[in-house]
Design a binder for this molecule. Sequence first.
Ligand code: FMN
Ligand code: SF4
Length: 409
Amino acid sequence: MVTNLDTLFTPAKIGPVELRNRSIRSAAFEGMGRDNNPTDMLRDYHWSVAEGGVGMTTLAYAGICRSAISFDTQLWLRPEIVKPLRDITDGIHERGAKASIQIGHCGNMTHIKTAGGIPVGACSGFNLYSPTIVRGLKKDELQELARNFGDAVRTARDAGFDCVEVHAGHGYLISQFLSPYTNRRRDEFGGTLDSRMRFMRMCLEEVMKAAGSDMGVLVKTNMRDGFKGGLEIDDCLTVAKEIERLGVHAIVLSGGFVSKAPMYVMRGQMPIYSMTHYMKQWWLKYGVRLVGKYMIPTVPFKPLYFLEDAKRFRSELSLPLVYVGGVVDGAGMEQALSEGFEFVQMGRALLREPDFINRLRRESTHHCGCEHVNYCIARMYSREMACHCNVSDLPAKIQKEIQAIKSKG
Ligand SMILES: Cc1cc2nc3c(=O)[nH]c(=O)nc-3n(C[C@H](O)[C@H](O)[C@H](O)COP(=O)(O)O)c2cc1C
Ligand code: SF4
């Protein structure tokens, strides 16, 4: 058992931005926005994470324009919300941490009402997971979306963020262009991998221009899409090398595709009853109860589940890399850092315990206590983020489902 956490508590840089230590709160959707604006709840949550000792906290997925939003509780990064965001970043800085925000476009994973129009994607079709019809994007719209990415970075700077994290994985729009499963275009944005990377290149060029010399830029990308017919590791390595060539400061290595292999990202079982319990539309509630376990298959969890794939990326890239996926204790963090990853991100460990890093300072063998039952994920679609351990009035049927998943181990 590793008890020496010296590397974890060493400062390091992402581009021009120095973090006090190597831990980062990953972009994990808080569901705490209202009408796509920040709230006091979102502010207090990130202040508590900053207070808890992380090097940097990341506000989860913020849409770069109206069509990029999947939920009313998500942020839409636009000048109107600079002031409340500035309050959040000021408070994060006062607590000694740096502030990042994940920016992206959800592509086909939204609805007409939320997106303000028919959801768009690399190609026209139907997305069974939303469920929604999808309109293929026209060429002239792609340049505008790329510019929206640049504008989002400028807004993030005005709001006091030190870094931005571009979401290029998990089957979001950039990833929908990269993946042959969702990109069947016949123009210069489809076909070979090089052509499928064209949209990502345009977006990242705008991002790097806007970031200038004072902001750090991370890109979250897949090491595998996680299903047959999606991107495999060799193609993802080519994508990562292109991201490095574009001058990005760090890559966050992840995997999975929400509309095809959702649990590949986080692993474990999705508690279907808990998920549907909070849903408002009756047809969705009963539909998901009926077919949910087939549409969201379980992928077994183990600590550091992405490490083997991530090591291959480490050996072929030279820019700083961020490890994410199944970090549950200090020993795991030190192991990832000793393999050459500069930073470690955590979602659920910090959701379970926002002061996890400070706990580790006092007690280096402390385990985060997350049981990977994924109630937080099931809940996120309809309510603000919460760990089941902190919800006092859990309905009996949800408690039963959690116990059943726990007993399976
Ligand atoms: C409740 C929840 C919401 C998430 N939302 C996002 C998101 O908005 N963007 C993203 O890139 N990843 C999201 N993720 C994935 C996490 O950032 C992370 O990659 C994943 O949970 C694996 O890390 P962990 O094992 O430390 O939780 C989410 C995860 C959870 C648990
Ligand atoms: S709800 Fe479950 S998976 Fe989510 S943080 Fe809490 S213990 Fe972990």
